[in-house]
Design a protein. Structure first.
Length: 319
């Protein structure tokens, strides 16, 4: 009986020693292993200009477009709520809420090249002197890292498609034609598609008349000078220079020069918006426009009456 009591007391002492050791270990971990401030950064590189990235991220409604959770009024993800708090110069302050006290985090947007940028998410969590808070903040930080990585991955996929940023796919190419025959007319209104096609037909007849060969699709440019003056230029590419006659002009193009192309679906309003977005793309990427932009009708507009099915390619010559 005495041996059993002694054994029980010995086990009890060892149990107390173990509990005290665990408690000491807990405090040691919270004080010495977990720092007073938990700091981490995560980053992505995107193939888009810094200015465009900043403009896109600064528009709060855009975040729903790549948010990795169900769409709602708030930006919620895995028990955390994210809120764009302040917008600075190439920087956004983002509040991350879980519990009573929100944490301030920062997105920094830095240029890499003229066509690329990096987005850095900088997070600092204050742990304080309370060991229980230290452990709690550490666990919170691990979950925040996972959330930030997921958000940044979705953001990268979205930003790497310039049709998401500018509303149409835009790419760089070379000018493949050297000569064209063009006609320039003035109107007190926007010329109709029928009038444009009629001019294309007249140019083609002239090319055939002088023994020329058409090389590529016709194109046109419509410039609104003011409320009562609109200028129309229609051109048809040819394989060699042709003589001028009347209002038919022979134009030499900058063959192998740089050009931006974009394609848009829709009617006149959609094309007008796309032209403005091409201007914005060129400005973002510091591309100097050196000739009038032009439209190429990839759809026969006279045969297709549904404007939502029209496809137009826009050419934008640059230096």
């Amino acid at each position: 009986m005495k041996k059993n009591v002694a054994k029980y007391r010995s086990m009890k002492r060892w149990l107390i020693v173990i509990l005290i050791s665990l408690l000491v270990l807990f405090f040691a971990v919270s004080y010495f292993i977990i720092p007073g401030n938990i700091h981490f950064t995560r980053s992505i590189t995107v193939n888009i200009n810094q200015t465009a990235v900043y403009r896109t991220l600064s528009e709060k409604n855009n975040w729903q477009k790549w948010w990795p959770a169900e769409k709602s009024q708030s930006l919620a993800l895995n028990g955390f709520n994210f809120k764009i708090d302040k917008i600075g110069f190439n920087m956004l302050s983002i509040l991350v809420e879980k519990g009573q006290r929100p944490d301030s985090t920062f997105l920094h947007i830095l240029p890499l090249t003229n066509d690329s940028a990096t987005v850095i998410w900088d997070v600092k969590l204050h742990t304080g002197g309370n060991p229980f808070r230290n452990i709690s903040q550490y666990i919170k930080a691990r979950k925040m890292i996972s959330n930030c990585e997921l958000i940044l991955a979705n953001m990268k996929d979205y930003l790497n498609k310039n049709e998401n940023i500018y509303g149409l796919k835009i790419w760089k190419d070379k000018i493949h034609i050297e000569y064209m025959v063009s006609v320039k007319n003035s109107y007190n209104r926007r010329p109709s598609d029928q009038e444009i096609y009629d001019i294309i037909t007249s140019i083609r007849k002239y090319i055939a008349q002088v023994g020329g060969t058409e090389q590529d699709r016709p194109f046109c440019n419509i410039t609104v000078v003011d409320s009562t003056n609109v200028e129309l230029v229609v051109g048809v590419p040819v394989t060699a220079p042709l003589p001028e006659s009347g209002y038919f002009r022979s134009i030499k193009m900058l063959k192998n020069g740089n050009i931006l192309y974009g394609e848009v679906k829709g009617g006149h309003a959609s094309v007008d918006i796309a032209l403005k977005q091409m201007d914005l793309f060129a400005k973002d990427h510091e591309c100097l426009n050196i000739a009038i932009p032009f439209q190429i009708f990839l759809t026969d507009r006279l045969a297709e009456k549904d404007t939502t099915r029209w496809v137009t390619r826009i050419g934008y010559p640059i230096l």
